[in-house]
Design a protein around this ligand. Sequence first.
Ligand SMILES: NC(=O)c1ccc[n+]([C@@H]2O[C@H](COP(=O)([O-])OP(=O)(O)OC[C@H]3O[C@@H](n4cnc5c(N)ncnc54)[C@H](O)[C@@H]3O)[C@@H](O)[C@H]2O)c1
Ligand SMILES: [Zn+2]
Length: 680
Amino acid sequence: MQERAYNAGTDGDRATSGSVRERLERLREEVRYHSRRYYIEDAPEISDAEYDALYAELEALESEHPDLVTPDSPTQRVGGEPLEGFREVRHAVPMLSLANARSPEDLIEWDARVRRLLGEEESERLRYVTELKIDGLAVSLRYESGRFTLGATRGNGTVGEDVTENLRTVRSIPTELRDDYPPVLEPRGEVYIALEPFEEFNRRREAAGERPFANPRNLAAGSIRQLDPKVTRSRPLTIFLYGVGEGYANYASHSEALAALQEYGLRVNPYSVHETIESVIETCKRWAAERESVPYQVDGVVVKVDSREQQEALGSVQKAPRWAIAYKFEPLAGRTKLRDIIVNVGRTGAVTPQAVLEPVNVGGVTIQKATLHNEDYVREKDVRIGDTVIVERAGDVIPQVARAVPEERDGSETPFSMPTHCPVCGEPLVRPEGEAVVRCVNASCPAQALEHIIHFVSKGAMDIDGLGEKLAKKLFDLGLIKDVATIYDLRAEQLVPLEGFGEKSAENLIRSIERSREQPFDRLLFALGIRHVGAVTARLIAERFSGEELLAGVPSEQLAEIDGIGPVVAQAVSDYFALDDNRDLLTRLGEKGLDLRRIARGAPESGPLSGKRFVITGTLSEPRSVFQERIEAAGGSVASSVSKSTDYVLAGEAAGSKLEKAQKLGVAVLDEAAFRELLS
Ligand SMILES: NC(=O)c1ccc[n+]([C@@H]2O[C@H](COP(=O)([O-])OP(=O)(O)OC[C@H]3O[C@@H](n4cnc5c(N)ncnc54)[C@H](O)[C@@H]3O)[C@@H](O)[C@H]2O)c1
Ligand SMILES: [Zn+2]
């Protein structure tokens, strides 16, 4: 299996690639190879999305040819074999995998099947539980008379590895349960590492000259399947429990079991209960849209039939129960061709290489451009023009080229070299010492002015509807706008003769420019594009200082007194206003009627939470937007960072630095129950 695995999966002309039997065997070999890399060696070579695509192809082909399905096919077996060096543990109740749903339609189909199997009468009391699908390592914990006696990995589902000593080092796994637990209880869950500690861990590793880990899942799995518990202890592992193996019969339902686990002192994955599949779908969609608000890696939502009796009636097929299904989020990675590498001059003069891609759908968004960060990155990753590349979208970060696929090269690919002169103004570029970034330092470089304009009119900034990147460039090239202040001098007559404009659309644009004058001062401050000043920082500054005050000059020490603003940001802001050109710009904007007043704290409206400022952190039983809506409906508001002016922090599971900050500042912290009470 040294042959490059994924070639077969992307083979265009399948009819010529041998008989179905051969193709099946080749796919199986590939899937087996990558399963071994993933489950046994904790060192995957391809992304989950790529693996899932291979697996789906195998499944599809097998379902077309059911007679060719062999019992040793990866579709028929769970995970991997136990590692040597560990004692084997035979699971009393098998630890299974989950069937996948990739769309709401899949869930509807699954619901119909469940109802059909249960029969009409039973279906009437059908309830579902939804939980986030955590990307970590499945383990089973055995408690006898309330004492932790045995911990095991899933292994191949029937036989796992004894990792008791390693699990003892995980602080969120209690050695003793509290309250009245059953004599034998086997809670099951996922050991994982949250994103923040993962990044911190990698930072420290890199500082020590060691290689960083690719993702939290690999680090968590590698840390548990580790022969030396001392190493495990040094890893920021934690656990969420989401089920019970042996001892499950003590509970009438899944949700009852979860509530009990919580009573015993175990950390339970947040969950919510639903009466209909529509409500389940709604929740799945919300989580998909808000997956980035979850402080640990999740790749979907698990939907489970709540009643234990119903679960038993439904039973299992092959390697997964019929009573549960995983709604998978769209992968945030895709594979495509790199057509070209161009360089982009940003509004701070930073010159960054950008990938021009063959359009590819990544997590529901079509991507045509992605960042390549800087010259060193391109060199280290050896990304060449013409390469097949893997593109990733992580959080709200700009898509990036994660790596090239060198196996796909045909020799026509060309390496990239950074230009020596600014592609926009022609001045020589400089690379300040110790920096990875190449810059154009020409203050009158038009690229910077144009980038400023594009940022200024964008959605999060002044939000001028109808004035997008393309049009901004056109107006700039025609000399109709020179800087952001001149946007407000535009007249409809100037627009009408332009291609794509009529009288009506010209007036519409002028109207939306007019409207943008009413944007609050923090938006304007953000729109100016001051280095390091994002939307949140702008708001913090605008709460304290007005435009006039900033124009008069606020010393950086005074800015740094604002909670949430550090010395670097404070310096950048005071530097900005120290420049005549910048002061002049703000003055001109003020003359054009833009609001330079400080924004006062939100005036109280009616409602039990009127005037109260919330920050939401951690994972709650429902997506954050649900809670935000409730807060706003009750007259409160939600901010993204904790400061002295925050009234409450609503904290779910695995709340990180925001919770710490709230505690430090003495801000009241609410859990869901306390929040509900406050609302009523
Ligand atoms: N990159 C690779 O090379 C590679 C190789 C093999 C597998 N994989 C990845 O592994 C996954 C497939 O793994 P699988 O078949 O073991 O199962 P799965 O991850 O799809 O589903 C079952 C597992 O989900 C986990 N889980 C998380 N939250 C849960 C919850 N709330 N309730 C119940 N279970 C929960 C449990 O560990 C359980 O064992 C895919 O995401 C696949 O992409 C990747
Ligand atoms: Zn330039």
